[in-house]
Design a protein around this ligand. Structure first.
Ligand SMILES: [Zn+2]
Ligand SMILES: [Zn+2]
Length: 261
């Protein structure tokens, strides 16, 4: 079974998706699903903390959803990677037996990259360079994560005309991220959110082909759905890309890698 390895229900501050609706959407598509709720320990230092805290109670989460867990549904978490949250994340992921742990960069220097503040006064080269550099460092500092989430997260929100992480321009830093991913036994996620554009797909293809070239074998595919209608979005494109490159789609159950077929 192919799994949508990245989704957020109402345990995530920014999602109101009901577990039942998400499960039903996945069932209709004939795919499995992994819930990966937001845990951004450091977010309390953000000026937007009052609106959303991006924290949740792991035990409550487990109690609420454990009965739903099975072949078609696994329970994971998406931890935000920042220098100040390394130990907190390590502790949190052991509070309950999560199936899969995604590590993601959502904030840099305490600035949420969803908001314009991170980009203010920065040229694209600086904003993207610092983002990739931070990602490489954080992967190395958090070797316990299973999956590196959405390498192209910054491209969703940055204000530049060309939002892509062009492999040609950023090859040194992209390579550093990918090498640290491989050194730490982490798996790259292919996030499908932006794959409805051919230009985006082509640009990301270069990065994932390079991952394969450097020795990468596995990839998780995840929609990052916060609404039931987005579960499994653009999966056909992602599966075609993964097959074309020669990577194997996987998911994690009880923190162990499994082939998704
Ligand atoms: Zn994320
Ligand atoms: Zn997410």
């Amino acid at each position: 079974m192919i799994y949508d390895c990245h989704s957020h229900t109402e345990f995530s501050s920014d999602s109101e998706m009901k577990a039942e609706d998400a499960i039903e959407a996945a069932r209709k598509l004939g795919i499995g699903l992994i819930f990966t709720e937001h845990y951004d320990f450091d977010y309390k230092e953000s000026k937007h903390y009052k609106e959303m805290d991006f924290l949740f109670d792991a035990k409550k989460y487990w109690e609420s959803y454990e009965a739903l867990r099975g072949e078609a549904l696994l329970l994971g978490v998406e931890v935000g990677l920042t220098p100040g949250s390394i130990e907190a994340n390590r502790k949190f992921i052991n509070e309950v037996p999560f199936d899969q742990v995604i590590g993601s960069i959502h904030a840099i220097d305490k600035l949420d990259i969803y908001y314009p503040e991170y980009y203010e006064g920065k040229k694209k080269e600086q904003a993207y360079g610092h983002y990739l550099e931070t990602m490489a460092d954080m992967v190395k500092a958090n070797p316990y994560i299973d999956v590196l989430g959405h390498i192209d997260y910054i491209s969703r929100y940055s204000p530049y005309d060309d939002k892509e992480i062009g492999y040609k321009e950023y090859h040194d830093l992209v390579d550093l991220v990918l090498m640290n991913v491989l050194d730490t036994g982490t798996v790259m996620e292919m996030n499908t959110r932006r794959l409805d554009s051919k230009a985006v797909a082509e640009s990301l293809l270069m990065i994932y082909a390079r991952y394969k070239e450097l020795g990468g074998q596995y990839v998780t595919i995840g929609s990052d759905a916060h609404k039931a209608e987005n579960v499994g979005m653009n999966f056909k494109m992602a599966q075609d890309m993964v097959e074309f490159i020669g990577l194997k789609p996987v998911h994690f159950r009880e923190r162990k890698i499994e082939y998704s077929k």
